[in-house]
Design a protein around this ligand. Structure first.
Ligand SMILES: *[C@@H]1O[C@H](CO)[C@@H](O)[C@H](O)[C@H]1NC(C)=O
Ligand SMILES: *[C@@H]1O[C@H](CO)[C@@H](O)[C@H](O)[C@H]1NC(C)=O
Ligand SMILES: *[C@@H]1O[C@H](CO)[C@@H](O)[C@H](O)[C@H]1NC(C)=O
Ligand SMILES: *[C@@H]1O[C@H](CO)[C@@H](O)[C@H](O)[C@H]1NC(C)=O
Length: 505
């Protein structure tokens, strides 16, 4: 039975601290401590069971920390985030501002977190009740259309692990991308160790390290690290410890372990003695049986790697197994029921996009992320007037987070949109607004099913917008996640330091 309400770990931002071990070196505190944010999308339960405003705040929390750490600016304090949440929990009924209707509280239970009604006000039907708690069975992650525009896709194909498996990839050097829950994470299966075994790995364009759980992994809650596949000397004859350690700390838990070398196989391409991490200790947020992945693969540039090593795609290119260090993504949408998500290494899969719409532009980030100049933003063809913007394109982020003035400018052009005053916007659930972002002179429209993030109340009238506001880096930088990336073919090229986007076919 899936812990349907466990959301504490949802979309946690990760503080990744790497420190060298003593290993003979006695001098000074030569410990390297850098931070980078990893994108752990951890929504394994039915979205309808979590109050959408809480869900939104979780996404915003995570996005804010993510960008803050990306850019080395101070992340918002815990207190600020808590205050935001406290404010957000007073949900206006029917979008009418000002009227306090319901408050929720988080109650932890054995590592999980439940939403309970703290303040009973019969006038407000909590969304989860009204929508029905359909997602209680283990792994029914895709059940219940929290998104009324999602066409009632039931996610019936979702496996017991909360993953909707992908079809076999059609291109060479490619892996299917399974969908976690309702478009929350994108997971591929790679092989590790000798003999090689399958590991389910979250694929992320916004970080640059690879890790999985260690054989001797212990959960902080006691016991082992759950129903996952682990790597270590007992299961792999080629496993080698480098005697260096790493630690991951994220919103509601942490992971720490060893930097090791072992053979990995990515899309049939073998990398021997690749350097990456195994976690020997995980908080329950990782070790829970309901977490449908065994580790994470960062596919930003290795300048961002805390382990100080090449990313798998860079290593594949260096080994001559692929021509260029290119990673391409077809991020699929559960509601489409196509299961055609795919990640391709070394090139683009021409069957996934319309070549006449392909645009390639420079990566403007200097710190290892993938960030492109965003030429413009329109709503139903109307120009918002926003210029000189850039967008970090991040498969590990769910929402789009725009600087506050920009988020306001976009929603001003959406009929019926309302600012909740706390970083979120509501839009009519039946909106037909077409928000389009332009890169390289090409417009890419966001499907309204993606723009409509979740219902904001029980009536099904108001929905939470997939574009939220956050002053994270500066006034011109957007964090653009899967709400957008589901609408384009996305490719990154380390060799040329360029990004490509094309319209999907
Ligand atoms: C947002 O972050 C704050 C501070 O870390 C935390 O207390 C709060 O629970 C987070 N909100 C959600 C919805 O997770
Ligand atoms: C995959 O690679 C093989 C061998 O290099 C080639 O014959 C085949 O055409 C390729 N398939 C696709 C879909 O590119
Ligand atoms: C563990 O994972 C396997 C494979 O994903 C699944 O078949 C099995 O039901 C899971 N067991 C538990 C207790 O979650
Ligand atoms: C959007 O289009 C649909 C179908 O044409 C229509 O039923 C609906 O009312 C429209 N929504 C709005 C907000 O105009």
């Amino acid at each position: 039975m899936q812990l349907a309400l466990s959301f504490s770990a949802l979309l946690a931002s990760v503080l990744f601290v790497l420190s060298a071990t003593d290993s003979g070196v006695q001098a000074a505190p030569a410990k390297r401590a850098r931070t980078v944010t990893l994108p752990l999308t951890r929504l394994h339960q039915n979205r309808g069971d979590v109050h959408p405003q809480v869900l939104l705040q979780q996404h915003i929390n995570r996005s804010q920390r993510r960008i803050a750490r990306m850019r080395g600016v101070a992340p918002p304090s815990k207190r600020e985030l808590e205050q935001n949440l406290a404010k957000r929990l007073y949900i206006p009924a029917g979008g009418r501002p000002g009227k306090v209707q319901k408050r929720f509280n988080r109650v932890g239970t054995k590592g999980s977190v439940s939403l309970v009604e703290e303040d009973d006000d019969a006038k407000f039907e909590p969304f989860a009740k009204a929508a029905g708690r359909k997602g209680k069975g283990k792994g029914k992650a895709g059940t219940a259309g929290a998104n009324s525009n999602a066409g009632g896709n039931s996610g019936a194909a979702a496996s017991a692990s909360g993953l909707t498996p992908a079809n076999a990839p059609t291109a060479n050097n490619s892996l299917g991308l399974a969908i976690e829950a309702q478009d929350v994470g994108y997971i591929a299966t790679i092989q590790m160790g000798t003999p090689p075994r399958d590991f389910n790995i979250l694929m992320d364009s916004g970080s640059a390290d690879l890790w999985v759980g260690a054989e001797n992994c212990q959960s902080e809650s006691g016991g082992d690290c759950g129903n996952h596949t682990f790597l270590g000397p007992q299961s792999s004859s080629t496993f080698t410890d480098t005697n260096k350690q790493f630690q991951v700390t994220y919103g509601t838990g942490n992971v720490q372990g060893d930097i090791i070398q072992d053979n990995i196989v990515v899309a049939g391409l073998a990398l021997n003695a690749h350097t990456f991490g195994v976690a020997t200790a995980e908080s329950v947020d990782f070790s829970s049986d309901s977490v449908p992945f065994d580790g994470l693969m960062g596919l930003a540039q290795s300048t961002l790697s805390e382990q100080g090593v090449l990313t798998p795609v860079e290593a594949l290119a260096q080994a001559g197994l692929i021509g260029d260090a290119i990673t391409s993504y077809k991020i699929s949408r559960l509601a489409d029921n196509k299961n055609d998500g795919e990640i391709t290494f070394g090139g683009l899969d021409p069957t996934k996009f319309d070549a006449s719409t392909l645009v390639t532009f420079d990566n403007v980030a200097t710190d290892g992320f993938w960030e492109g100049a965003m030429d413009g933003v329109t709503v139903d063809g109307q120009d918002t007037g926003l210029q000189g913007r850039s967008a970090i394109l991040d498969t590990g982020t769910t929402l789009i987070v725009a600087p506050p003035a920009d988020a306001t400018a976009v929603h001003q052009l959406i009929d019926g949109a309302q600012d909740d005053g706390q970083g979120g916007f509501t839009i009519p659930c039946n909106t037909n607004a077409s928000v389009a972002l332009s890169f390289g002179g090409q417009e890419f429209a966001i499907d309204t099913r993606d723009l409509v993030f979740a219902q904001a109340d029980a009536t099904g009238t108001n929905c939470v917008s997939g574009i939220s506001s956050g002053q994270i880096v500066d006034d011109v930088t957007w964090l653009v996640g899967d709400v957008f990336l589901k609408n384009a073919y996305y490719s990154t090229d380390v060799t040329k330091n360029q990004i490509s986007l094309a319209k999907l076919v």
